[in-house]
Every structure is written in structure tokens, then in C-alpha cells.
Design a protein around this ligand. Structure first.
Ligand code: NAD
Ligand code: TYD
Length: 366
């Protein structure tokens, strides 16, 4: 029975992974290690708080001694490393935290894994180190370029993607040099429940509900390949179970959208949901639909992001052919589910935005 250490498990994808894992493997043992930065939130893990087989540790992946203690005391055999600074705009404003966590932090995890799993008392132990990376390490595609494959050369353009690319190289090197049993997944843009409202889709949903401007960087024609978060989790599961050690697997949704089209879609879906719904009208009086207006009227083109990558797209053939991976959520249903989740979980986003609920939860449960 696997015993997992999930780093960054209080963040968006990590928390979804914890819920995915317990839904599918209820008897497994799973420890979350998370530093609870601004993006980490105990509320994301509330549904598993009291279940057996689960433990939360507040701590930094850069704390090698703490990681070694967890690996030993919890008899961990699998690390899934989600912990990261993850927002490109923040990396442009302040790259240091990205180098500290994404590069140095991942290296500390690798050192701890090597010490306990390869060189520890009793010799080598069965193990897997899975590193969660991003398609952004491949750089930017032209309109007619083939989507990223696992052999596309690395060409990171932002401090965020450069820090993720550095970590990928260290993971690869620990396999090649020391024989650490690693795997890496590079995934396209995720969306779904628990995503911090600094990222495009939740930001747009919440701004519409408040009647605030919807900032579109540049001309709005940058393209991203969107995947429902649960499908990312399933891809990682397949790689852990069936993937070859030392390999990289691209995970994607085959679902390319320009930013402006995705924002227009979210506008239309929210107009539809709010129109004629008295309860929602009372909760969100500033939403355009309650004033006889269209949410699209809030679209505001703003100064472009520095070094803004034009297009990302994933070729997930390797994952499909080797592991039988196909996304199960269509974009049509996934985006509706996501909007419904944000409408039903106003307390979650109101409080992650002011931070008080997060601080309160941390005092209660950590
Ligand atoms: P997130 O920002 O929502 O969550 C990151 C989590 O890591 C938070 O809980 C935070 O508290 C924790 N963390 C940060 N620094 C830490 C440290 N030093 N030690 C321990 N914990 C720390 O990020 P996310 O969107 O859930 O992304 C998770 C992973 O997936 C990242 O590695 C990211 O690069 C990758 N990824 C994200 C996307 C996406 O669309 N969001 C796509 C592909 C890959
Ligand atoms: P984001 O969700 O930050 O993900 P990433 O930069 O990792 O792809 O942004 C998705 C796209 O949306 C990206 O092209 C930048 C753009 N964007 C805006 O136009 N306005 C916004 O307010 C944000 C946050 C993003």
C-alpha cells in the first residue's frame, strides 16, 4: 500500500490531488507537507481533516531535516512534489521566492529522498519521486507550431518557468547520477475548484460577480490549453502506477483557447446563471446581469505582461499511448462545474482574498 508525501497539498492542484487520491484509494496513507504561503489554505483540506490515514505537516520543502524526519517516521515511499511558487506575474515582480522554493526547495527534497531511500540504514528502499512540472518550461509556440512533445527543447521565458525548468533538470540529474527513481509530468493550464483568484478563470468569475473590470493583457489573443484539474490528478496517478522511471510525460486537454474567448465564455455563462435568479441577484447586486447589462461590458484591455508567452499547447500522445490517458471532463462541463463551485463557495474566495479565514483555520488546526 503506497505511503505518499504530497508537498504543496494545501494549494490548488495539490488539494485536488489529495481529494482525488482518497476518493480512489481510501486505505492509503497520505501526508501533506505545506508551508502555507499566501496560496496554501487549510480550508482546501477541510474535507479530509479528520480522516484516518491523513496527516498535515506545516513546513518548508527547503527544510531538509524535516523532510528526512517525515520520510522516516511516516515510512513514505512516494513523493509527489506540487509545492511551488506558481504565479507568473508574481515571478516577474519578485523572482527570488521562485528560485528559493522551486529550485532550492526541490533540490532539498531530492537530497532528503536520496539520503533516506538510497543511502539510509538497511540499504536502498522501494520508492518513487514524482515531480509536477508545467508546459511553460518549453517556452512559447507560434500559431502553426506543433504542440509541445516531451522532446521539445526547453526554452523557459519567465522567472517562473525558468525556476520550474531548473528543478526538472535537477530531478533528471538525480536519476541519471544517483539512480533515484523519478518521474516528471509537464501539464498545461489547470482550472477547477480551489484555484486561487489571482489566476485568469477564478479572477474573471469573481470580478464579474463584483461588477469589476476584467483585465485582459495585451490583445487577448494569447492561447492556453486548459485542463480540468481532476484530469491532471488522474494523469499523475497513471504515471505513478504505470509510468516508466526516469521519464517525462506531458499531460494536456487538447483544448486551446485564446484568453479573450475564454473570458467571453465565462461572461456568457455567468450572465446565464444570474439572469432571473433572485437568490444570486441578492448575493451579487453589482453583477452586470442584475443591472440589465452584459458581463462582457466589463472587459478592459490592459498593458501586456512582460515577456508574455503567446501560445502553449500540449501533445499528450505519449501519455495516451503508454498509459491509456484521456481527459474525461469536457471543457463544456468542466467550466460549468467550476463556475457552479465558485458560486456555491463564496465564503472560500471571500476569505482567501482577505486572508482572515485562512489565518483563523491555521490557528485552529495546525
Ligand atoms: P498553488 O500556488 O495554488 O499552490 C502551491 C502550494 O505550495 C501552496 O499550498 C503553497 O503554500 C505551497 N508552497 C509554496 N512554497 C512552499 C514551500 N517552500 N514548502 C512547502 N510548501 C510550499 O499552485 P498550483 O496551481 O496548485 O500548482 C501546483 C504545482 O503544479 C506547481 O508545481 C505548479 O508549477 C504546477 N503546475 C500548475 C499549473 C496550473 O495551471 N496551476 C499547471 C501545470 C503545472
Ligand atoms: P494565468 O492564469 O496567470 O496562467 P499562466 O500565466 O500560467 O498561463 O494566465 C492565463 C492567461 O491569461 C495568460 O496568457 C495571462 C492572461 N491573463 C490576463 O489576460 N489577465 C489576467 O488578469 C490574468 C491573471 C491573466
Amino acid at each position: 500500500m503506497p505511503r505518499l508525501l504530497v508537498t504543496g497539498g494545501a494549494g490548488f492542484i495539490g488539494a485536488n490531488f489529495v481529494h482525488y487520491w482518497f476518493a480512489n484509494y481510501p486505505d492509503d496513507h497520505l501526508v501533506v507537507l505545506d508551508a502555507l504561503t499566501y496560496a496554501g489554505n487549510m480550508a482546501n483540506l477541510e474535507p479530509v481533516r479528520d480522516r484516518s490515514g491523513y496527516r498535515f505537516v506545516k513546513g518548508d520543502i527547503g527544510d531538509q531535516q524535516l523532510v528526512e524526519e517525515i520520510l522516516l517516521s511516516e515510512k513514505i515511499d512516494t513523493i509527489v512534489n506540487f509545492a511551488a511558487e506558481s504565479h507568473v506575474d508574481r515571478s516577474i515582480l519578485g523572482p527570488d521566492a521562485f528560485v528559493a522554493t522551486n529550485v532550492v526547495g526541490t533540490h532539498n527534497l531530492l537530497k532528503a529522498a536520496r539520503k533516506i531511500w538510497l543511502d539510509g540504514a538497511g540499504g536502498r528502499k522501494p520508492h518513487r519521486f514524482h515531480h509536477v512540472s508545467t508546459d511553460e518550461i518549453y517556452g512559447s509556440l507560434g500559431p502553426d507550431d506543433h504542440p509541445f512533445t516531451e522532446s521539445t527543447p526547453y526554452a523557459p521565458n519567465s522567472p517562473y518557468s525558468a525556476s520550474k525548468a531548473s528543478a526538472d533538470h535537477l530531478v533528471r540529474a538525480y536519476h541519471h547520477t544517483y539512480g533515484l527513481e523519478v518521474s516528471t509530468s509537464s501539464c498545461s493550464n489547470n482550472y477547477g475548484p480551489y484555484q486561487f483568484p489571482e489566476k485568469l478563470i477564478p479572477l474573471i468569475i469573481i470580478n464579474i460577480l463584483h461588477g469589476k473590470a476584467l483585465p485582459i493583457y495585451g490583445d487577448g489573443l494569447n492561447i492556453r490549453d486548459w485542463l480540468y484539474v481532476d484530469d491532471h490528478c488522474r494523469g499523475i496517478d497513471l504515471i505513478l502506477k504505470k509510468g516508466r522511471v526516469g521519464e517525462v510525460y506531458n499531460i494536456g486537454g487538447n483544448n486551446e483557447w485564446t484568453n479573450i474567448d475564454i473570458v467571453r465564455l465565462v461572461c456568457n455563462l455567468l450572465d446565464e446563471a444570474l439572469t432571473g435568479d433572485l437568490e444570486l441577484a441578492k448575493r451579487f447586486p453589482d453583477a452586470p446581469a442584475n443591472k440589465g447589462k452584459k458581463a462582457e461590458e466589463l472587459i478592459t484591455f490592459v498593458k501586456d505582461r512582460l515577456g508574455h508567452d503567446r501560445r502553449y499547447a500540449i501533445d499528450a500522445t505519449k501519455c495516451r499511448e503508454e498509459l491509456g490517458y484521456v481527459p474525461t471532463e469536457s471543457f463544456e462541463t468542466g467550466i460549468r462545474k467550476t463556475i457552479a463551485w465558485y458560486l456555491a463557495n463564496e465564503k472560500w474566495w471571500q476569505t482567501v482574498m482577505d486572508g482572515s479565514y485562512r489565518d483563523w483555520l491555521e490557528k485552529q488546526y495546525v
